[in-house]
Design a protein around this ligand. Structure first.
Ligand SMILES: Cc1cc2nc3c(=O)[nH]c(=O)nc-3n(C[C@H](O)[C@H](O)[C@H](O)COP(=O)(O)OP(=O)(O)OC[C@H]3O[C@@H](n4cnc5c(N)ncnc54)[C@H](O)[C@@H]3O)c2cc1C
Length: 445
């Protein structure tokens, strides 16, 4: 009898003791996410998680305002506070954090760009990704599973090899796989010489892969909020106040907010927001679509991209295939695309992966991409003093999020570009020093 009572209550006491220990360790670790915190939360049925960031009410004046709560805006705020020890910063987002391109992309990260300027910037970003989870104390699920860029004809092969040699000269890992090598690395690709898109070879960047896009936004938001950055959601910037060619603040749906320096990081909306300050950008905004299949068992353990046929895909941890398409050719802000683009992309995908032919597409969506004539971003000063712009990342701005935030924070803090973004100024469209990365972009635009 006694032993029965003992057996039934002991686990309870043990559990209590354990629970207290967890609470003790969690308190000791402050707000750090930890295994103890996770165990505690699971014991509380996940009902008492603290919000990841505080929703702030706007103050009258800030030293730095960043318009746009996507990955780039949030990373900028985080590095302004962490690297430059600035306080009094606000991120102003008209919707919800990560609701733009940041939460809609196919999450591919890589750095195999052609020109030195891009290669250095994107590789810096990839290096930041490699330690981002530790840096933010938030699991950004970076998975360096390798990225293949397929070549389907002689011109593709020449372009790919040219990029590969340039990458190697820049110390960026990149190797060439012939058709057999591709088949060995990713056996499910159709490499038959009779295929509609024969695979003549591929570059492989083993350090490339994917990261969890929401986690990148949330991780930066949490770390920035912890450092005292005001995160203001559902607040649209409707005008930019300029006096004597110097920015002095912004008008928002929650009233006027003064600022010494303002950074614009609104991706597809960049031209509209720049117009508020009286200047134009060489940006065209297009819809870009993506979709996921129903989930299946692990079948694809790398990222496969084909710029020529606009196929890029990977498999998520849940088993879905995530696929991206080419841009819809018209200018559009609606965050929705046309069916013919999906149809063309899927038909090319079926040629490359015939074994997916009976799978079903579960969901499709679109975002907006801000494309520049040379397929490179604009990160730097604007004609208005104290106003800075970060845009034009087009179809490839997720991979650059940490690096872009880092150099934009530097630019805003020092009123001068970082070495890594000097070449990406707005002036290049006057000087002609364009950085043509059309060949390295995921899709043509
Ligand atoms: C379908 C798709 C697939 C993609 N795939 C990849 C990929 O695999 N790899 C890759 O590297 N890139 C990819 N991209 C591109 C990438 O998603 C973007 O370049 C990147 O997310 C841009 O981030 P951002 O922070 O600059 O902009 P966003 O995440 O778009 O954030 C900008 C924010 O600004 C806010 N905003 C706009 N106007 C205002 C205003 N007036 N006031 C306040 N807030 C405002 C918006 O609401 C938005 O939240 C893809 C894009 C799409 C659409």
């Amino acid at each position: 009898m006694y032993s029965l009572i003992y057996l039934s209550i002991t686990p309870y006491f043990l559990h209590m003791d354990f629970y207290k220990k967890i609470t003790y360790y969690e308190k000791k670790m402050g707000k750090k996410l930890s295994i103890f915190g996770n165990i505690k939360a699971s014991h509380e049925n996940h009902e008492n998680w603290e919000p990841l960031w505080k929703n702030a009410t706007p103050k009258k004046t800030y030293d730095f305002i960043i318009i746009g709560g996507g990955g780039h805006g949030l990373a900028t705020a985080y590095y302004l506070s962490r690297i430059h020890k600035s306080s009094n910063i606000a991120v102003i987002e008209k919707g919800w954090l990560g609701g733009g391109g940041t939460g809609r992309n196919t999450s591919i990260i890589r750095s195999n760009y052609l020109w030195d300027e891009s290669a250095h910037l994107y590789d810096f970003s990839l290096k930041l990704y490699e330690t981002l989870s530790q840096d933010l104390n938030f699991n950004t699920m970076v998975s360096q599973r390798g990225v293949l860029n397929l070549a389907h004809n002689l011109s593709d092969v020449r372009g790919a090899k040219r990029r590969l040699y340039a990458n190697q000269l820049n110390g960026i890992d990149s190797e060439w796989l012939d058709t057999e090598g591709v088949k060995k690395y990713c056996p499910i690709i159709n490499t038959s010489p009779d295929a509609r898109y024969p695979v003549l070879g591929s570059t492989l960047q083993r350090r490339g892969g994917v990261a969890r896009h929401d986690a990148v936004a949330w991780g930066y938001a949490r770390a920035a909020s912890d450092a005292g950055v005001d995160i203001i959601q559902h607040c649209e910037v409707t005008d930019i106040h300029v006096s004597n060619n110097k920015v002095v603040g912004v008008e928002t749906t929650q009233g006027r907010i003064n600022a010494k320096r303002v950074g614009i990081a609104v991706a597809g909306y960049a031209s509209n927001v720049a117009k508020m300050a009286g200047f134009e950008l060489p940006i065209a905004t297009h819809p870009l679509q993506a979709y996921v299949s129903e989930p299946v068992k692990p079948i694809l353990d790398c990222v496969v991209m084909s710029g020529a046929v606009h196929v890029y895909l990977s498999q998520t941890d849940k088993g879905e295939l995530v696929m991206g398409a080419g841009v819809d050719k018209y200018i559009g802000y609606g965050q929705r695309g046309s069916f013919n683009v999906i149809e063309e992309q899927l038909s090319a995908c079926m040629q490359l992966f015939p074994l997916f032919s009976r799978m079903r597409v579960m969901r499709t969506w679109a975002g907006m991409v801000d494309t520049c004539p040379d397929a490179s971003p604009i990160v730097g000063k604007t004609p208005v003093d104290g106003l800075y712009i970060n845009c034009g990342w087009g179809t490839g701005g997720f991979k650059s999020t940490p690096g872009s935030g880092w150099v934009f924070a530097h630019t805003m803090f020092n009123d001068a570009p970082h070495d890594l973004n000097k070449a990406f100024s707005l002036e290049r469209f006057y000087s002609g020093a364009l950085i043509d990365e059309h060949g390295a972009a995921a899709v043509a635009h």
